[in-house]
Design a protein around this ligand. Structure first.
Ligand code: UDP
Ligand code: MG
Length: 312
């Protein structure tokens, strides 16, 4: 049995079309006997403020193919997705997660399932191009992936959260209890046989992105701090370098004093004060980021609460 898991936040504009297309896909796969008749499409309502949950409930009552879960409040994309994956794994042999806005080409699902039957536990949907993204998004995304790689984390380039995961991979994922959730960084840690299928990423079908710049930046920072402690190591190294430079400065100023030219170099003094002050603040900031994360993790607060679950 298979489950499609779709997190939805204020998606009333796209849901009618998304549900229709996913149902066609599910029925096609059932008729090809690739998945069982009990397979379901699970929409997870992430505390939407619009009619999203109402639409999901209607879909469920109109056709048992549709399942629905609603979270008690907005928890963010990653937690909504996790809620869906963890619920679906109780029923499914494998789960495919995708966005509600039809940007992920659902025809790639066929090849994902093919790979699953070839014995792969995790199949990543990878964008073969980013034509529909703005130059800014492409540029920052590429820089970000490179940065994360540099930090030693293993993430799949041009892959977001469109992927197939087997039940046993999901069981393993459930043991990662971190509050600061960055799924695309954790999934590659699970191991197993993995592969990718490529697809063209389209435009959002309707509505607006639910990831404004502010959320995107927070998410990017989440990725760094949840995958790597190298920035902390970098600060230590930086400290050493600056200490070494200050020794050189000391020798230099002693020599200057010796040859009796003590008042030159006002500019260099001011510049170093600002530069070092800035670096110190930045470093405290980075350390603070990690301490903040530790603080949140030690509370062990629940990552989501499902307040209603509809499944037949
Ligand atoms: N989403 C969510 N909770 C949020 C924000 C987004 O469940 O707080 C869902 C959203 O409904 C969509 C997916 O996450 O299905 C990806 O969001 P979006 O397509 O807006 O992001 P973009 O493609 O612009 O990066
Ligand atoms: Mg989108």
């Amino acid at each position: 049995m298979a489950f499609f898991v779709v997190p939805c936040y204020n998606e009333e504009e796209v849901l009618p079309e998304t549900s229709k297309r996913l149902k066609e896909k599910l029925q096609q796969l059932i008729s090809e006997k690739l998945i069982s008749e009990k397979s379901r499409i699970l929409f997870v309502n992430d505390g939407s403020k619009d009619r999203t949950w109402f639409i999901i409930k209607e879909l469920h009552h109109s056709d048992p193919l549709y399942s629905g879960a609603t979270l008690s409040r907005n928890r963010g994309h990653q937690n909504a997705l996790l809620a869906g994956l963890m619920s679906a794994k109780n029923y499914a042999d494998f789960v495919i997660s995708l966005d509600a806005d039809l940007q992920d080409d659902i025809n790639a699902i066929d090849s994902m399932i093919e790979k699953y039957y070839e014995g792969y536990d995790i199949v990543y949907g990878v964008r073969s191009s980013r034509k529909t993204d703005t130059f800014f998004k492409r540029f920052t995304a590429e820089g970000y992936y490179k940065f994360i790689k540099l930090l030693g984390a293993d993430i799949v380039f041009n892959h977001a959260d469109y992927r197939l995961m087997s039940k046993r991979a999901l069981d393993d994922l459930s043991e990662y209890s971190e509050v600061n959730l960055f799924l695309r960084g954790i999934v590659p840690m699970l191991g197993y046989k993995t592969t990718s299928v490529f697809y063209e990423r389209g435009e959002r079908f309707a509505g607006e992105s639910k990831y404004p710049l502010k959320k995107m930046l927070a998410f990017a920072l989440e990725g760094v701090t949840s995958l790597s402690t190298k920035p902390l190591r970098f600060i230590t190294l930086l400290g050493f370098v600056i200490f070494f430079v200050s020794l050189l400065m000391l020798i230099y100023s002693l020599v200057q004093w010796f040859v009796d030219e003590t008042v030159i170099g006002w500019a260099s003094v001011i510049c170093s004060i600002w530069a070092i002050g800035g670096l110190v603040l930045l470093s405290i900031g980075v350390v603070g980021e990690y301490i903040g994360k530790i603080y949140l993790e030690t509370k062990h607060r629940p990552r989501y609460k499902i307040s209603e679950f509809l499944n037949s």
